[in-house]
Design a protein around this ligand. Structure first.
Ligand code: HEM
Length: 157
């Protein structure tokens, strides 16, 4: 059954969220991003996306979303910003990219999405994620390459 993707949920990394909040830091979501009950985030769809499940149940296209997240701790020494995620499916696999500053002058590949391990749960596609080179920098150089981040969830229309 073919279906369009209407919403992205992604918690970044549960242990990172817990760490920031346990050290008295703050996590802010805005501009289309919202905090969910389980502590993750949803991102609203942005115009121009065409991410979809095709008739064979394969994920295809590019899903664009809006919203920004700010993590701050240790009196501002820890300051992580990411915004406007895009899920892109290409010939060599799927990636999640984000803008890494408020000016949105640069987009970076933060995680690889494991299409082979895709599952469907309650009308949502669930994709395991693994940290890429630029994602390591965004998260402050703490996690090794291919560390599992929170799974990406895509809501189907
Ligand atoms: C005053 C400066 C800092 C101190 C004292 C500090 C302290 C710590 C400590 C003690 C841990 C281990 C926490 C645990 O295992 O429960 C940790 C983990 C971590 N720190 Fe920091 N940190 C500082 C700055 C930063 C900065 C600037 C970043 C940049 C993003 C950062 C990112 C992280 C990350 C990603 C982890 C791993 C969290 C996880 O997933 O468990 N820290 N830090």
């Amino acid at each position: 059954m073919a279906a369009n993707v209407t919403m992205l949920s992604w918690g970044v990394k549960q242990s990172f969220r817990s760490y920031v909040e346990a050290t008295g830091g703050v996590i802010e979501a805005g501009g289309g991003a919202e905090r969910t009950q389980d502590g993750g985030f949803t991102f609203a769809p942005a115009p121009g996306g065409d991410l979809r499940l095709d008739a064979d149940g394969k994920l295809e296209g590019r899903g664009t979303f809006t919203g920004e997240l700010k993590f701050e701790a240790h009196g501002g020494m820890l300051s992580v910003f990411l915004a406007d995620p895009i899920v892109e499916v290409g010939p060599s696999g799927a990636v999640l990219t984000v803008a890494d500053s408020k000016s949105r002058t640069r987009r970076v590949e933060i995680a690889r999405l494991d299409l082979a391990a895709m599952t469907t749960e309650d009308g949502e596609i669930v994709l395991p994620t693994a940290l890429l080179m630029h994602g390591i920098q965004v998260l402050g150089d703490h996690y090794p390459l291919m560390t599992a981040l929170d799974p990406v969830r895509l809501k189907l229309a």
